[in-house]
Design a binder for this molecule. Sequence first.
Ligand code: SF4
Ligand code: SF4
Length: 165
Amino acid sequence: MNIKENIESNRLNFWEKLYLPEIAKGMASTFKAMFEPKFTRSYPEEKMTPSPSFRGRPVLVLEEDGERCVACGLCSRVCPALAIEVQAAETDRDKERYPKLFEINMLRCIFCAYCEEVCPEEAIVMSKDYELVFTSQEDAILPKEKLLVPIEELQDRLEWLRQYK
Ligand code: SF4
Ligand code: SF4
């Protein structure tokens, strides 16, 4: 189709130039949709229950004797957004090393789950937490204390990982 034919085919006809039939068609479509099943949710009154495959904010697994993390730094290395900072220190526990400092900058995190994938200890996992609110840039840098989540609350994600990883 050349340019002239293209212009001709895009010309409005008489009824289209009036606009009223098109408005009526739009209104009819809206009216019909009012009686169709809803796919929206009245958040925050109606919360979503994510499935185990959901990628919420990354968290650290907390066991009875402390964090699982051995501060190997792999998650920090692999993070494409450079969102993770880990500083290791020695400990007298069986694991020998622990993260003296572990921070995730949630303004940088893109929820890619690479950190979870690379972790040799299953110590960092994607949680179901999707409600993230910060009032300043500093607030968005989550320290270890805010990242640690008891292992019981992460069981379904850990089981899902064992199945698919
Ligand atoms: S989910 Fe991705 S972007 Fe977020 S901390 Fe992990 S590796 Fe970095
Ligand atoms: S969370 Fe996993 S990958 Fe990251 S430093 Fe700890 S043990 Fe290593």
